[in-house]
Ligand binder design. Sequence first.
Ligand code: SF4
Length: 152
Amino acid sequence: MIIVSACLCGINTRYDGKSNFNDKVSELLKQGKAVLVCPEQLGGLSTPRPAHEITGGTGAEVLEGCAKVVSANGDDGTCYFIKGAEETLEIAKQVDAKIAILKAKSPSCGCGNIYNGAFSKSLIEGNGVTAELLIRNGIKVYTEQEIDNILL
Ligand code: SF4
């Protein structure tokens, strides 16, 4: 079973109440190969919600307690992002997922590059909080941009 970001399958979980529909990821759901997660909803955030970015580091530093996830208004949402990552990991364990395909650049789901915390659309190297936790637990994480390279 593959863990996938719910917004990639057309579910309106995004911070602005919209989705990031991707037909190839959605096809995995239709084939019964995927389980949907939205870490930010699983962590207790509402939809729509303010956009958040990681400040002071990446998902790795958030998990280590030395960076925060803050909204554009400056509110600290770190606890929700950590909770969402933990809940996603629990789902991944329950379905014995070895692979996750998560939304690129997100402070939760991003893998390889994420927004830099300045709400300027600029990227830094690193992973979102959920992607980092899944990787630390042996799950291979890809973004939707890499789906053509994944042997499914
Ligand atoms: Fe999509 Fe992940 Fe953001 Fe949820 S947390 S809306 S699944 S990118």
